[in-house]
Design a binder for this molecule. Structure first.
Ligand code: ZN
Length: 80
């Protein structure tokens, strides 16, 4: 898989689907001034797709698992 902007090849892990149409992009290009707004918008969409509870797992965002939801609910209960 290659970055759609600079065409650097990298492991899928190092590229993010934050191009304007979900293209893979490397972190360096994603943070360049002309890409940053798109990156942030695509990141926001990814968060939305995760539903009400998103987990930042390393550099990936994913929906929370049932177990994590339970743990969070318990942690919130113990605060009351
Ligand atoms: Zn790149």
């Amino acid at each position: 898989m290659n970055c759609y902007k600079c065409n650097v090849s990298g492991k899928v892990k190092e590229l993010r689907p934050y191009g304007p149409r979900g293209e893979s992009i490397c972190f360096k290009c994603a943070m360049e001034p002309d890409s940053k707004a798109t990156t942030e918008m695509m990141f926001g969409k990814t968060l939305d797709a995760c539903g009400d509870l998103a987990v930042l797992d390393g550099s990936q965002v994913r929906p929370a698992t049932a177990t994590e939801r339970e743990e969070l609910a318990k942690a919130q209960e113990s605060k009351r």
